[in-house]
Design a protein around this ligand. Structure first.
Ligand code: FDA
Length: 299
């Protein structure tokens, strides 16, 4: 991020949450499960799938984490009750990864078992690099017991191919994304083109190894390359889907849908919207600039 954009982001970070909510609204369905259901219904009516996310992360006590797990169970009930075409995404630190790994495993087990009663699927989101290996370990333990669970790969991580080429990662259902956290250059590519190249390298590897891939990007360059790879390798439509975030590049999303490809939108909702929204903001400083201008100008 250039220094001006960085400064804008830090200004916005110091604003009251009620003001940050003005821009955050675009990226979250709302604060309640009903909001999530409404947005997923709208998407489904256009033939777009969803993955729902109860916002929250880095919980510091088990009570809070159990509460978040209970909300996840309710989401799965609602998806079933309202016949929504959606699965569920969950963050490991929301389920207590940083508190107690065994506890976190049991929290996920409960969610995944609940999902399997409804033939549904749970995606373990990937967080910052302090949690990468613990998350893969958690995933492998869950995968040895359940088949309705998948994980995420961040293409900005330099050595991530070592992780996915392990024998016990075979037949994994992956979401492939660039990665959203700010990571040091020792472990993560900083250059936009290098991240893209690694994304393409990984996608190629995953297709060649028969994995299911959620291609999660809004980057036209990567989407074009994915289209090309899918055609060249003649990848069957039941081996991949495109994924995008709610509120980002809807035109491109609708084009992918119109092209006849499966597309899933990540629909976050809940009271803990702040950290998620700040990350979205860091990725799109033009929005920060726009907010700053609208807040400080008298027009
Ligand atoms: P890039 O950032 O280059 O964006 C391409 C274009 O999209 C931009 O030029 C801009 O026009 C537009 N755009 C991007 N972000 C925008 C925004 N916030 N607002 C408006 N326009 C925007 N990361 C992670 O670390 N762990 C995870 O589990 C996930 N999960 C996940 C799920 C899904 C469904 C998606 C799509 C993404 C994630 N991510 C994630 C985030 C991901 O790692 C990445 O940071 C973002 O998708 C942005 O990268 P792009 O590939 O979209 O390209």
């Amino acid at each position: 991020m250039n220094p001006i954009n960085k400064a804008i982001v830090s200004v916005v970070k110091n604003l009251p949450q009620s003001i940050v909510f003005i821009f955050a609204k675009k990226y979250i369905a709302g604060e309640t499960l009903e909001d999530g259901i409404r947005v997923v219904r709208e998407l489904n009516s256009k033939g777009i799938l969803a993955t729902m996310d109860v916002l929250g992360e880095a919980v510091t006590n088990k009570e809070e984490s159990i509460q978040a797990k209970n909300e996840c169970l309710k989401v799965l009930d609602a998806i079933n009750e309202f016949k929504l075409n959606s699965n569920l995404s969950v963050k490991p630190t929301q389920m207590g990864l940083n508190i107690d790994k065994e506890f976190c495993y049991h929290q996920f087990s409960e969610i995944i078992e609940h999902a399997s009663k409804y033939n549904n699927f749970v995606r373990i989101d990937m967080e910052d690099s302090s949690t990468t290996y613990a998350t893969f370990e958690l995933y492998r333990k869950l995968k040895s017991k359940y088949d309705n669970v998948g994980v995420v790969i961040q293409a900005y991580l330099k050595r991530i191919i070592n992780e996915i080429s392990r024998n016990d990662m075979k037949d994994t259902n992956y979401r492939l994304c660039k990665g959203i956290y700010i990571e040091p250059e020792e472990i993560a590519y900083q250059d936009r083109q290098e991240v893209r190249e690694n994304f393409i390298r990984i996608l190629n590897y995953l297709f060649d190894n028969g994995n299911y891939v959620g291609i999660a990007t809004h980057d036209d360059y990567l989407i074009e390359n994915a289209y090309k790879m899918i055609k060249e390798k003649n990848i069957s439509k039941d081996k991949f889907e495109f994924q995008m975030l709610y509120g980002v590049k809807e035109k491109l999303r609708d084009k992918i849908n119109a092209d006849g490809y499966k597309i899933r939108v990540y629909v976050p909702f809940g009271k803990h919207w702040y950290n998620y929204s700040i990350r979205r903001l860091q990725e799109n400083p033009q929005v920060a600039w726009y907010i700053t201008k609208s807040i400080f100008s008298h027009n």
